[in-house]
Each structure stands twice: as structure tokens, then as C-alpha cells.
Design a protein around this ligand. Structure first.
Ligand SMILES: C[S@@+](CC[C@H](N)C(=O)[O-])C[C@H]1O[C@@H](n2cnc3c(N)ncnc32)[C@H](O)[C@@H]1O
Length: 270
């Protein structure tokens, strides 16, 4: 079975780099706390799978870890390396690879991280097994994955509801599960891990520069549906406009996807 990677379709003049920066702004605070809880520290060998522009890897390097970011997108990997070099982070390197064939030495890393990766993969358990192979016994896998079905508005907005349904259905058709964050602990157990910690957080906005992030994200997903022929461009633009009404109304609460956090350990040998 082929791996389904994450390919962004650019829209509205905003690039995949803009999206990754906004993801970093929304999530990095929680990610750093989680990695600290997982015990990441200076001297650890740390690998971020599906690193994008490497925000998390560069932070890990800044606290003294030997950080490697791995991503399927060669262009992003190159930019991540440039950003690390500009910051003078000699202990951050970036590799172009697929998580299923990462090429890392077996049992060589202390801590891994992935965020917004497993829900884009058709074989998340296999991906976790791949991480398992690279971890030292006792090493930890840290994952942060979304449940997109938790996106909602109050009062309810019909355009948001329709777009969420369309995006979830589109994922199902492609063999991926955008609600998968809630199952990350089960995937980890199936891959052989012991569960150490689970939690979740749920960004909510009434007035904030990131309130419209899910409008942007759902429209990006919708553009793919237009290409696949399951949605017309005219309907997508109507839905985008409908969601914008909610985004621009300070009385409307917009909740983003719920992010599920997981720390799982590779068992020590007897
Ligand atoms: C939604 S982005 C998240 C990026 C980053 N983790 C973050 O939170 O900002 C998902 C990333 O996973 C990468 N990706 C998708 N499939 C992959 C695979 N099979 N192996 C490695 N990376 C993959 C994409 O290229 C993309 O950079």
C-alpha cells in the first residue's frame, strides 16, 4: 500500500510555509511543555518526524539536544536546514526521508516527536513501529495528533459544519483518519509501546489573529476536493465566505481541532 503524504495546495496567496509558521505559533508552547515532561534534555538524541520547517527540532537543538528533523518534503527540509544554520545551531540537521524508510540506526535515539503527521498517513501503526525501531530501549515517542471532528463554532455555523464533514469524508476516501488523534494511544500500543501519559487541549477563539486558521485549512482541504471532482469551486467559495462571517463576528466562538498528546515508552529489555 502506498503512503499518503501531506501535500498542501496553495491558496489565497498564503503558502505552506505560512501555514507551518502559524501551526508553530498555535502549538509550540504546548509542545515544549510536553517534551519537557517527557524528559527531553541536553545531550539527548532527538528526532522529529514530519518536521516541516523544523520549528520543534530547532527548539530542541537550542536546549542542547542533538536534533534531527526528517520530512518527505525535500524543499521544506532544505529551508529547515537554512533556518537552523542562520541560527547557528550546529546540532540541528535535517534529512529528506519517508518515516517508513528513515534509515536511522536501530536503537539510537532517546526521544522522538511528531505533530500533525500520523493523521496524514494511511499506516500510522507501521509509522510508529518505524519510530520504535529507532528508539533505544526506554526511549520515548512523543506524539501530538488532531481530532478534526472537534472543530465547531458557537453559535453553530452551517458552512463550518459542512466543510468539516467534507474534509473528514475526503480523508476517509483517501484512507486517512483526521479524527485519529483520539486513537493515537491505541496505535502506539499496537506498535509495542507502553503508554506513559495522555492529555488533550483545544484552542478556542473569539477575537484573535489565528481565529480563521481552520477556515484556511478547510478551504485548503476543499481545494483538493475540487481537484478530485467531489466539490465545485463555486460551492467551496460560498462555504469559505460563510465561514468568514463567523470568523469576523466577535460573538462567535470558533474552536479548532482538539490536539491529543501522547508520551509512550519503548519497554526496557528484561
Ligand atoms: C501538517 S505538516 C506538520 C509539520 C510539523 N510537524 C508541524 O507540526 O509544524 C505534516 C508534515 O509531515 C510531512 N510528511 C507527510 N508524510 C510523511 C512521511 N510519510 N514521512 C515523512 N514526513 C511526512 C509533510 O511533508 C509535512 O511537512
Amino acid at each position: 500500500m502506498s503512503t499518503i503524504g501531506d501535500k498542501y495546495i496553495l491558496g489565497q496567496g498564503r503558502s505552506d510555509h505560512d501555514r507551518l509558521r502559524v501551526i508553530s505559533e498555535i502549538h509550540d508552547g504546548a509542545t515544549r511543555k510536553l517534551l519537557t515532561k517527557a524528559g527531553l534534555r541536553a545531550g539527548h538524541r532527538f528526532v522529529e518526524f514530519g518536521c516541516g520547517l523544523g520549528y520543534v527540532s530547532r527548539w530542541a537543538a537550542s536546549i542542547g539536544a542533538e536534533a534531527t528533523g526528517i520530512d518527505l518534503n525535500e524543499q521544506q527540509v532544505a529551508v529547515a536546514q537554512e533556518l537552523a544554520d542562520e541560527e547557528g545551531l550546529k546540532n540541528a540537521k535535517f534529512l529528506h526521508a519517508n518515516i517508513h524508510e528513515h534509515g536511522l540506526e536501530a536503537e539510537s535515539i532517546d526521544c522522538s516527536h511528531s505533530r500533525w503527521l500520523m493523521v496524514h498517513l494511511s499506516r500510522p501503526v507501521e509509522a510508529m513501529k518505524s519510530i520504535y525501531a529507532a528508539l533505544k530501549p526506554g526511549g520515548v515517542m512523543v506524539c501530538e495528533e488532531a481530532d478534526v471532528s472537534a472543530v465547531y463554532t458557537e453559535p453553530p455555523n452551517a458552512a463550518y459544519l459542512e466543510m468539516i464533514e467534507l474534509a473528514l469524508e475526503g480523508g476517509k476516501q483517501r484512507g486517512v483518519d483526521y479524527t485519529g488523534g483520539r486513537r493515537a494511544h491505541l496505535w502506539a500500543k499496537e506498535a509495542g509501546f507502553e503508554i506513559v501519559h495522555v492529555d488533550a487541549y483545544h484552542p478556542h477563539y473569539v477575537e484573535h489573529k489565528h481565529k480563521g486558521f481552520w477556515n484556511w485549512t478547510l478551504v485548503t482541504a476543499g481545494e483538493r476536493l475540487v481537484l478530485e471532482g467531489t466539490l465545485t469551486d463555486a460551492r467551496l467559495r460560498e462555504l469559505e465566505q460563510g465561514m468568514r462571517v463567523a470568523d469576523e463576528d466577535a460573538d462567535v466562538l470558533v474552536a479548532h481541532s482538539r490536539m491529543h498528546q501522547l508520551i509512550a515508552r519503548k519497554p526496557l529489555r528484561d
